[in-house]
Every structure is written in structure tokens, then in C-alpha cells.
Design a protein. Sequence first.
Length: 512
Amino acid sequence: MAEVEEQDITELEQQDEDVTEILASAENTDEAAAPAEESSDDDDAVDVEEHLKDAVEGSLRLKRLLSRDDDEPGKKKRKVTAAEAEKDKKVKLLLIKWGLAQDKVVKHVLDGSSVEDLDELIKSGYVPDKFNEWKTTCELLTRYMCEMREKKLPRGTACDSVAAFAHRWKLDLAKDKVLRTLKHGELRYVLSTYDGTKELKEVIEEAQNENEVDDYTTASSVPKAPGLAALSRFTRLELIDPMADAAVFGDANLTFALKLAKHRKALGHVGRVIATTFEDLDTLRERYKEIDDSIKTLEQDYFAEVWHGVDCTRIAIDDKFKGLEKSLGAVYYNFPHSGAIGGFFDGHPVVNWRHENLMRLFFRSLRTYVKPGGFVKVASNCGAVGVRFSYIIGGALENEFLHIETVPFLEWHLHRYGRSYGDKRDIYKRPDASNNQSYNAQAADRDMVYCFCYAPTGAKLGPQQVRLPPNLKTLNACTDGPFKSVQGKAKETLAQQLHNRFVTEISGTHVG
């Protein structure tokens, strides 16, 4: 290991003091999170019913993390636990080994990683390229660590129901091959009853000896059809619970909600469609001249509900959702994104934490409102660097939403709708919305629909883990993006403005 100047070690020790306030004993979790028992003004200011607190606790805690710089002066430092001290040693080891002892953004990335990730990073021998002409060191490190975690998850491309099931239970290729030969009724029985307590062979024999049951539901139809093909058709044709309500989040121009409402009416469904937008109505009218007609059609022709200003991570404190607990049979969120920040690529760690936390808090909030067995579908590009596919699948699995299939977007029955950017670009960049050409910023053949089923175990989950946001000192030390060309007071002002934007966003206020 190369020798390190004494000032580098002093700098690291000072940085450790800065992050002491925000590190919790994460133990074996993926990220460090603030202690759940920490008191907060937010808890006093927001009136949350007892059974809804878990759905919004992560969002409120994240806001506390972002606001920690405001009351930092004079605050007594928290004692560092033995586990945290050991983790700090690993972070120092990597920074010194890489010659990046004074890079606070790289240190921020390492501080937000689990001990297991740090151990794997040390063992791998990885060294970020400090002279890469396209990406900065912290971006390369963030990408490498994401890809390292993604190796433990289902792949981000198309993944059928058997492959998803085999990954969940770590089945070998021989068992995977057997499952693919089963008939529809048999395969459904195995996927729904196998829990690892019996040999898979026994469960398959039970399925083959099971008497056919016709309970007049779509799931029990065509039991003799090829199993995998039949299940794939169900997912693609959107054959959901006809009695339960369906909610759509983040549907800026409401074209997907119209598509879904029309689909459900044609199938004779009686459950409502609840269409929501993050923006308020005045903003939507500036961007989409047809928005009033769309709302009128949804409400009058399809008896749908249209709600504006809905933050999908904070629905537990939204009065519009009062009384909807355990009522949603299907939830849709197409191409989620936390919003672009000028000067930064979506994968930069200064802004990327927003995308990961969006998915984690989204799935945690849904636990209260989705009925057991209900479906959640999130469409996204498998190569996205903002909301990565692993953020979607990982956020779902953390909150007991089983990954059941990944369907190519173009094979989905509901894929033909007028996509939009969902921001101010829609005012001037909507070339041909009527023919589904309003959004062409990425390869459509890499768009996927990630499908999940809510399967609560009844066990109490711990506080929702969140990716650590950068503090003001980290922002002031950043030399990337918009900070590249500013110095001194101008840089401090820019850092404060960005920090304020983060606080505004996590409070549920639309920006941009």
C-alpha cells in the first residue's frame, strides 16, 4: 500500500466525525439508516394514524437526515458503536488504498454501503479509474457497487414466471426444466403452494393428483393448457381482479389511466380506476392542452377517480387515500424517476440516492393499501441508470412483494399509450402523441414491465432502510456537474440551493 500523508489521515478522522450523526447500527442491512426511535419535529407536525406510521416512517426519517445540517452546531456527538468503528476502518482502508483519502463524495458512497458490500469490495481488488475521461471516480464506484449487488437479484431483462420462481428458491436447471413441462393448473398449484418445506417433486405429484376445481375465476381456466404459456398470457393480457380497485401513480398526461379504464370496462370490471398525478392541475394545464378532456372522459365515461398532487411515497398522510387500506388489487407506476438535476447524470451518487429511495419508499407505502395477492407493475428501461432495475426489484423484495415475472414492455397489452417526459419538456417536445411517439429518448425494446405480487408473511418488518443523502459538507466538496465551474461563496450558495431542493422534494412538493 502506498504511503499516505499525515494530513490525509487527519482529514479522514474529521470526516468520520461529520458522518457520526447519520450512521446507525445497520448490522446486516444494505445501507446505514438513521435510528427509528430518534425524535422528530416532523412526527409532531404530521398527524398519522397508528396503523399508517410504518407506511410513512421512512419518508419522514429521510427528511430528518436531509435536515440534520440545520441543527448541527453545538449538538452533542453520538457515541460510535463497535460495529460502526469496524466499518470506518474498512472505509479508511479503501480510501487510502485508492489514494482518495480526501475525496468526500467517494467516502459518502462507501459510508452508505453495508459491511458485507465493503468486504466484497475489498476482496474483489477493485480500484476505480481516477483518469477515466467519461465518468468521475465516484460515479464509477457507484456503478460497480450497484452491479455487484445486482448479481444477487433476478436479471433485469425478460424473465418468465418459472425463471423468477427458480431464482427465488435457488432451483437448479433440472428442476427448472421440469417446471416448464407442467400444465397450467399444475404449474399454478406448484407456484402458489411450494414453500421449501417439501421436496419440489412431492409438490408436483400433489399438483398432478389434485382434482380440477372450476371456481369461475380466470386463474382456474384452461387447466390443461401449457403452463408457462398460459401464465405468460395472463400477465400480458392484464387479467386482474375485476372487483378490486386499481391505482395508477405518476401518470402525468393521464393517457395510461385512460387505457387502463377502457380495458377494465371492456372486461366488465366493477373495480374503480384511481388515476393520480404528482403535479397539480394548473401545472398539467400548462403542459397538456388535452388534460381537461382526459379528466372529463375518465370521470364521466369510466367513473374513475382523478387525484392531483399525489406523492406515491407519502400516501399514508394523504387524506384522499383514507379508508382505502387493503383495497387495491392492482397498482401501476410507469417509468418512475425522481426528476433530473441540471449538470448531473442520473447515476451520480450526489443525486442517484433519490431514485433508489423512491422505489424503497414507494413499496413500503403500498404495504398498507394493496390487498394480499394484489399485483404491482412497474415499467422501466432495463438499462436505466437513474431508477435501476435493481432498485425496483430490491425495493419490492424488501417489502414482501414477490417478483413473479418481467415482461418486455412491447408485449404488454397496455403498452400503447401516449408516453411523456413528465416534466416541463412536455410543453415543447411532444411530436406525435396520438401515435405513441411522444417519448423516444430510449430504446423501446429494452423497456420492461417488472411484475410483483404482495405476499405478506405477517412478520413485523424493521424500519425501512434508505440510501444516505449527501450532507452540506459533501455537497460543498463536490467538484462534478454544476459545481465544476464555481468556487468560494458561489459554490456554498449552490450547495445550499441543492440541499434545499432535496428537502423540498422529500416533503412531497413538485420541483421542475
